[in-house]
Design a protein around this ligand. Sequence first.
Ligand SMILES: *Cc1c(COP(=O)(O)O)cnc(C)c1O
Ligand SMILES: [Zn+2]
Length: 417
Amino acid sequence: MSDKHGYMKALKCRECGREYPLEATHVCEFDFGPLEVAYDYERIKKTMTRAAIQSRPHTMWRYRELLPVAGDPTVGLQAGFTPLVKADRLAKRLGIRELWIKNDAVNYPTLSFKDRVVSVALSRSRELGFDTVACASTGNLANSVAAQAASAGLTSYVFIPSDLEQGKILNSLIYGANVIGIKGHYDEVNRLCAEIAGKFGWAFVNVNMRPYYAEGSKSMAFEIAEQLGWRAPQHTVVPMASGSLLTKIHKGYQELAKVGLIAGQSKIHGAQATGCSPISVAHKAGLDFFKPVKPDTIAKSLAIGTPADGFYALRAIKESGGAADDVTDDEIREAIKLLAETEGIFAETAGGVTVGVAKKLIASGKIPREDSAVLCVTGNGLKTLDAVQGHCGRPREIKPSLREFEALLAHEEKVSA
Ligand SMILES: *Cc1c(COP(=O)(O)O)cnc(C)c1O
Ligand SMILES: [Zn+2]
């Protein structure tokens, strides 16, 4: 294959291995298996050294050989390289030796991990000549497509369930995107988008562009490994909606090992909300396949009842020696507060799911207390205020008078004594 595709070789069916040209297409014509980007690892090994990576800007694009664009990226140049925070206070509360938070709540530009996948999808969409981009979204993806399309001068259509959090809806409208609210669950939104994608010549980032889009998630694993000093953590806990992020984090660590940048692997653990837990329920039952569910949870960003990559997520969890679990809405809220109070990080509901499930996995010994773990916090709490509204107490109000303040303190001391 010539240089005109960069380090990509072809699209390849995950089931039968048949190869397809590097176009906007996502399923195998023979068995409907998902297509995935195949790379020239031998060539990548030569240019993608630690020294080369470390000489590049602190963004996800420092790993560009393993990201599916042919030329230089043109959209989302600042995304990624979010902080990896050593979380000693949370570690103590959860009873584990060492804990890290990969904090994509502050990813650029729209404060969720989706900025990674959208940067890749839109850069590749432009290479393929599209001027209109679209997505089916549970909220964060819509925000990122809307913002990054605006900055790239692309027209965007974002399709969302109409009952999303106000913050998520407003965060798409503000960029001038065409926001279409669908009266139904995400799974219905997704089905409609598959039909629209077949009919209109648009780049649907998570439909016909999905093979490229999904690869952007690997950058989270690349960064974690580099930030830990070029090693995979013993455990990585990942929230699951479609299961794509988890699958790609597993693949990301494997690729770094394949090109000789790290040794060792990470156990990958999956986290879901009990109100939408097809993957964790299947894992706990020892099954290789999941049963679709109807979502009912405050974790709307993870509310996918028929997860497109559920099968592969189950396989990645099993293969890596990880586990999966789920937490209730109350546990999600508690975990959001715990993370905020111990580490000063305000995560959205998906972050509550991750921290809540990590707590359970540590308590049950599936993540041993003497080990080290990384928790992937994927979105920002300011976008899901609805979820914690009324659960955080209220400010005490006084007149602007020193005497009133002293009286307040004296009163509270008496109450707490
Ligand atoms: C989309 C999303 C995820 C995970 O999505 P996958 O479909 O499993 O890749 C996790 N957290 C947040 C906040 C999200 O928006
Ligand atoms: Zn196939």
